[in-house]
Ligand binder design. Structure first.
Ligand SMILES: Cc1cc2nc3c(=O)[nH]c(=O)nc-3n(C[C@H](O)[C@H](O)[C@H](O)COP(=O)(O)OP(=O)(O)OC[C@H]3O[C@@H](n4cnc5c(N)ncnc54)[C@H](O)[C@@H]3O)c2cc1C
Length: 417
């Protein structure tokens, strides 16, 4: 079903009865050319690009819950291309370009809003670091503007500029950064994949990976065995558990990340703003809720909900940066399971098992990566060769130490990235 303004008006006039489900609900077949484990953003985008770019359509996406129930529907929706290190830079730059064409490509409104992102700095040292980052972004072909204190004030007049501990010195402005409606991204890719013949199979948990003589032959699921010569693991926070089914021990720890939303307010925050001296970032949703979050809960867990110490920490940072937020009422909080790597950068690679591929390690930045990750992983699964934009996301860098991409410069500790 294609969407058009005419159709929306027609459905509005005739009781919205003509809409059809966005994707089919097929029973799993006994055999596919390729299986994607995990129906999150990355798995769905992979299936979509496998079909669109490589003509592979005998594919199943196996999702243990429902499409959009994982982190793809739990994140704070920030999309940006402001990375510093080679490897990450070209990948996220490519991703932002795919975002910019996504709605036309999918014929689906994902509410991509390039409202601009401002990272604040609060010391001379931090300014130096952001100048370097901004120059790296410009060299990559992306946009970055250094704002002084008055420049920040012209965009964000509501901040506390003279906080006794953390006065604002300026900010790095990334105008093409912004937000998108997270679950619409899942639905758009799901619909696009389904239209090309991909089977999206929900409530189908993979419980085992079949390997014969070092070659993958299929998977065991709660809905029976399914055979395939190619299998891609794209299970985000559960990557360690699923990879273990193939005898792999990944260099990944799973950690909880929380987020919060207030009651709906009139428009007040029209950018994405990130505090440079505490764990806090914020934007305003189209419904009016202030959507904000901070850092991980700092302990490894598979619980998709967090604890109060980090909630308190995030609220404190919010009040430090923008005391006006104290008047808003928090409606709810939630959590997701983050697949944290030791250098904070992702993995898109083959595995020691022939035909088995892995895409994981997105830490808390995998939403913005969805299109480029799907594009690169589809390329790898179809051709056996890494896509140029993701060639540095190798699994063996954690064994050899060569090619680590520690964007934060915090060393090999998963929860510090
Ligand atoms: C609170 C929060 C805020 C965030 N904010 C941002 C942000 O602002 N910007 C940004 O870029 N990123 C952000 N992220 C990170 C981003 O959401 C994730 O990195 C990304 O969504 C992970 O990829 P995914 O969408 O494929 O994951 P998921 O949606 O989690 O998909 C993985 C799927 O695999 C399925 N699965 C697991 N095991 C099995 C199995 N055995 N069999 C079958 N299926 C299985 C799961 O059910 C799940 O649906 C945030 C995350 C959280 C939690």
């Amino acid at each position: 079903m294609g969407y058009s303004g005419f159709q929306i008006i027609k459905e509005g006039l005739f009781g919205q009865k003509g809409w059809k489900p966005l994707w089919r609900d097929p029973a799993p077949k006994a055999r596919y050319d390729a299986i994607i484990i995990g129906g999150g953003g990355h798995g769905l985008a992979t299936a979509y690009y496998l079909a669109r770019e490589h003509g592979l359509t005998n594919i199943a996406v196996l999702e243990k819950g429902h499409i959009g129930g994982g982190n793809i529907g739990r994140n704070t929706t920030i999309v940006r291309a402001n990375y510093f290190l080679p490897g990450n830079q070209e990948f996220y730059s490519h991703s932002l370009k795919l975002w910019e064409g996504m709605e036309q490509d999918l014929n689906y409104n994902v509410m991509h809003s390039q409202r601009g992102l401002i990272n604040l700095f609060h010391s001379d040292g931090q300014r130096d670091a952001f100048v370097r980052r901004g120059n790296a972004m410009i060299n990559q072909g992306d946009d970055a503007i250094l704002l002084d204190r008055e420049g920040v004030r012209s965009h964000l007049p509501y901040l506390d500029f003279d906080n006794g501990r953390f006065p604002i010195y300026g900010g790095l402005y990334h105008p093409r950064g912004g937000t998108a409606r997270h679950d619409a991204v899942a639905w758009g890719y799901a619909r696009g994949a389904d239209q090309r013949g991909v089977d999206l199979i929900q409530n189908c948990e993979v419980t085992g990976i079949d390997i014969e003589n070092g070659v993958v032959t299929g998977v065991q699921t709660t809905r029976g065995a399914i055979r395939a010569r190619k299998v891609g693991i794209v299970t985000a926070g559960r990557s360690g558990q699923v990879a273990a089914m193939a005898g792999m021990r990944l260099p990944i720890e799973s950690h909880v990340l929380q987020a919060f939303v207030t009651e709906g307010l009139k428009p007040v925050i029209d950018h994405v703003v990130s505090f440079g001296m505490g764990h806090f970032y914020i934007s305003q949703s189209d419904k009016g809720g202030l959507v904000f979050g901070g850092d991980l809960d700092f302990y490894a867990s598979y619980a998709a909900r967090g604890n109060l110490p980090m909630a308190e920490h995030v609220m404190e940072a919010a009040m430090t940066l923008m005391p006006m937020i104290g008047k808003a009422r928090v409606l709810r909080s939630w959590g997701g399971i983050m697949d944290m790597t030791p250098d904070g950068s992702p993995i898109i690679d083959t595995t020691p098992t022939k035909g088995l591929f892995i895409d994981c390690g997105w830490c808390y930045g995998g939403f913005k990566a969805v299109p480029a990750s799907g594009f690169a992983f589809a390329h790898l699964m179809a051709t056996g060769q890494p896509h140029a934009t993701a060639a540095k996301f190798r699994l063996d860098r954690f064994r050899t130490g060569v090619g680590l991409m520690d964007e934060e410069g915090t060393g090999s500790q998963h929860n510090l990235h």
